[in-house]
Design a protein around this ligand. Structure first.
Ligand code: CA
Length: 220
């Protein structure tokens, strides 16, 4: 029994995964392929991928956005949960990252659901807003460069429909935010956005201590 979130020891995490993880085999292989990459820490955890698939199905998402695709694990994870007519706009600045994931998207038969846009996400999203796509999307996953988190949040809030969901990764930033003296641009942006969302009357919100912290904001 506990009146607070229990600490996740290694042993408990092992139990947690062993007793609750459903990870499709193709995701296992993409995760393993990504682990060879020097920046593999940027990949989301498998239980977080499972939770996002759960959310996609829970809200019946069809049109989704992703900011920061990296090697494509989260994109594949979400695309697998989308219906046949589902579409994801996946924004990534560095095309070379996505080369790791794209063969897996094809093999899974979901590459036609993923519309990869290489470039600066803020520009891609602005173009979409100007093209009249406001309110068109059901779900957005923000996991791009942290210093622009505040910009991405505002853009996603425009692009999703009322009742749609924004999920923001790394909200707990490896636990570093407890150090109040930390003032690098990334840490500051995450800290500022967490508080902004807590106080934002435009959304319902909940911050989940899954993975590196997943902030959920539901547009009212
Ligand atoms: Ca992340």
């Amino acid at each position: 029994m506990s009146t607070r979130t229990i600490p996740m020891t290694d042993a408990l995490y092992g139990y947690y995964l062993g007793s609750s993880l459903r990870e499709p085999e193709i995701l296992v292989r993409l995760r393993e392929a990504t682990l060879k990459h020097p920046e593999a820490g940027m990949q989301i955890s498998p239980e977080q991928g499972q939770f996002m698939r759960f959310l996609i199905r829970l809200i019946g998402a069809v049109h989704v956005l992703e900011i920061g695709t990296y090697t494509g694990y989260s994109a594949l994870s979400v695309a697998l949960a989308l219906p046949e007519n589902g579409r994801m706009v996946a924004c990534e600045r560095r095309e070379e990252f996505t080369r790791i994931g794209r063969p897996f998207w094809r093999e899974a038969g979901v590459d036609s659901r993923i519309d990869l846009r290489i470039g600066k996400a803020a520009e891609t999203l602005q173009t979409m807003i100007e093209a009249g796509e406001r309110g068109h999307y059901d779900f957005a996953f923000i996991d791009g460069d942290k210093k622009n988190y505040g910009v991405y949040y505002e853009q996603c809030l425009e692009l999703i429909r009322p009742g749609g969901l924004i999920a923001i990764d790394n909200a707990l930033w490896s636990g570093r935010l407890v150090d109040e003296s930390l003032d690098d641009p990334a840490s500051t942006a995450i800290r500022t956005l967490n508080v902004k969302i807590r106080d934002d009357v435009r959304v319902d919100m909940s911050l989940l201590p899954i993975g590196d912290g997943l902030m959920l904001a539901r547009k009212l």
